[in-house]
Design a protein around this ligand. Sequence first.
Ligand code: SF4
Length: 235
Amino acid sequence: MELNQKALQEGWNTETLLRTVIEQVFPGRIAVVSSFGTESAILLHLAAKVDRAVPVIFLETGKLFPETLAYRDTLIGRLGLTDVRSIRPDPAVIADLDPDGTLWRSDPGLCCWQRKVEPLDGALQGFEAWITGRKRFQGGQRTDLALIESGDDGRTKVNPLAFWTEEDMTAYFNAHDLPRHALEAKGYRSIGCAPCTRAVKPGESARAGRWSGLDKTECGIHDRSVVVNARGGGI
Ligand code: SF4
């Protein structure tokens, strides 16, 4: 993608990239998607420097840790974000597919579809691009992450932190005295829904605690093949 090459060739820093896509390339047509997890404060802080009113989509799956909801509220207040949209799954879909709330145990792919993928699809209507907080160092499918890519749904995905290291992130937290997610001190380094997240042990990768023990590393919002499999061949 031309914009990706331009950013790389000209050595844009993260704030320049964010300012360019929010103000010039997709004004009013781009949203940040944030989990309000352990590293989310950095992207949100940078985005707020450009525009505190940038839409921020938060998938409130109904299965999150209370600490994550509290962290969302803390960061909204601290960063002055004015358009954080907490998106919940469709109650009718939940009633149909997951009436007792245990689908995560029997079919986590379908559970992610109903609680994350479909709600995000709805929340992104009207937007041409979205900004994610993924990093290359997280490994797996993220190892070769580009700064800017085309998503499966035709929207542009901007990954401003793609080349950041864990050391970069620690330095940024310290430099700006950003609050930490309460579960980080208990060993949680990548935080999603409570039933599917555990603390990691020393030496494990940050995302080792996500869907631990399962052959699943992504929820499907970034990899639609997860969704296709969950839906038995099609959405
Ligand atoms: S992470 Fe777990 S609980 Fe959350 S939507 Fe996916 S399977 Fe369901």
